[in-house]
Design a protein around this ligand. Structure first.
Ligand code: NAD
Length: 401
């Protein structure tokens, strides 16, 4: 069995590493640098270790490529390309379209095409299948299925093997072959009645997180106004053994999923005339958090940040990963700079970002902790500036939400 995986990022490379234990895997990616590194056994994501990649490359069962022709002859093709938002914050399916073009132009025999990229209900049936058919050089009866990815990069307790996986096919045969494929490296497979249910479930999972994070971010502001501790209140509420799930406040949401996926759901809802006001407002509340935090820092520092040396601690969107996509740190830095602060940032996990390098964790007038990696010492954060504002709730003794 030959498997082609289109896109070798967080999702595609993770699947490739697992699948190559059982199948011959071609990892197709449009980025030559990533492909060259992967073929040398150098992984660019946290979840796949170099040692595993070296093993897969040496076994001859994994190869990365930028050449579309190398996916020819695949029995299974998995799509794992980005699904971001356009500048106008609408769903951007251009990467999926390009993946469909690669598939259409290079497959000359029927295959099982599985989409793992997150998108709105109807994408498999109404976009991917017609796009592949449009680009195919000859009419082919491919099978189509969906299995939305749930990987949480940097997490060790849940992985490909033990995270339950949803799937559905456009036909019975597609569903059954999809189950056969994933059952090699996933212990818990759950079939749903249509691809649209699987697509919607993925979006709803992330919308649930987005809305609850917005709620707790709003509550943090209410608690501060009332002069009570948000953290103690959340811990108190969390003693209820049912009907409550604890979320913690932050500088906002980041990553490729939570700030993006709910907008896919809102867009498809509105296109069909259903309101998505709650989802839209949750997005705004999370985006506004960075401004609120800077306002608090300004208030605590005599109402003026002009010329003050401010160090933002942690610019990755979450702890222990180097991923800066949609990070709330970007907005925090922008708001601080708009107030005249001289801003640098410290994050040795990220290292370099937007043409700037991680600054030493010392010598600032003000430190604002946006993300706290486990490797960063709490005492060093406290010693880095006379005033420290912590948005994570992990630096005891600092000012905070
Ligand atoms: N990262 C996560 O935690 C996560 C979790 C669940 C679902 N998802 C979803 O999975 C999909 C992929 O996300 P990701 O985090 O792996 O993205 P990523 O940015 O880490 O990787 C995508 C890769 O695809 C490549 N690429 C882009 N266009 C291509 C094309 N036309 N052909 C071949 N390669 C192409 C890029 O070079 C990149 O290496 C998205 O829809 C995302 O929403 C991501």
């Amino acid at each position: 069995m030959k498997v082609a995986i289109i896109g070798q990022g967080y999702v595609g490379l993770t699947i490739s590493a697992f699948a190559a234990e059982h199948f011959d895997v071609v990892g197709f990616d449009s980025n030559q640098l990533i492909v060259d590194q992967l073929n040398q056994g150098i992984s660019h994501i946290e979840g796949v270790k170099n040692s595993l990649l070296v093993k897969r490359v040496k076994s001859g069962r994994y190869k990365a490529t930028t050449r579309g022709s190398e996916i020819a002859g695949s029995n299974i093709v998995v799509i794992a390309v980005p699904t971001p938002l356009t500048k106008e914050r609408n769903p951007d399916l251009s990467y999926i379209e390009s993946a469909c073009k690669t598939i259409g132009q290079n497959l000359s025999a029927p295959a099982l095409v599985i989409n793992e990229s997150t998108s709105f209900p109807g994408t498999l049936r109404g976009f991917i299948k017609p796009a592949i058919e449009k680009y195919s050089l000859a009419p082919l009866e491919h099978m189509y299925a969906i299995s939305p990815e749930r990987v949480d990069p940097g997490r060790s307790d849940f992985n490909q093997r033990n995270t339950p996986r949803l799937y559905s096919g456009l036909t019975r045969e597609a569903a059954s072959k999809t189950r056969d494929f994933y059952s090699k490296f996933c212990e818990n497979l759950i079939e749903v009645s249509s691809p649209e249910v699987a697509e919607a479930a993925k979006l709803f999972e992330n919308t649930f997180r987005q809305v609850n994070i917005a709620l707790v971010n709003e509550f943090a502001q209410i608690a501060h106004t009332l002069g009570i501790s948000v953290y103690e209140t959340l811990d108190a509420a969390n003693t209820k053994p049912y009907g409550f799930m604890k979320f913690t406040p932050s500088a906002g949401v980041g990553g490729h999923c939570i700030p993006v996926d709910p907008t896919y759901l809102a867009a498809v809802a509105e296109e069909h005339g259903a309101p998505a006001t709650f989802i839209r407002r949750a997005n705004e509340v999370n985006l506004e958090m960075s401004e609120y935090i800077v306002r608090r820092v300004v208030e605590d520092n005599g109402g003026n940040l002009q010329g003050r040396r401010v160090l933002v601690v942690g610019v990755a969107y979450k702890p222990n990963v180097a991923d800066v996509r949609e990070t709330a740190a970007k907005l925090v830095i922008e708001h601080l700079r708009s107030k005249g602060a001289v801003v640098s940032w410290h994050d040795d996990v990220v290292g370099n970002w937007k043409g700037e390098s991680s600054a030493p964790l010392q010598g600032a007038d003000i430190a604002v902790v946006v993300t706290k990696h486990d490797s960063v010492d709490e005492k060093k954060i406290l010693a880095s500036a006379p005033y420290v504002f912590d948005t994570t709730g992990k630096v005891s003794g600092a000012k905070g939400l």
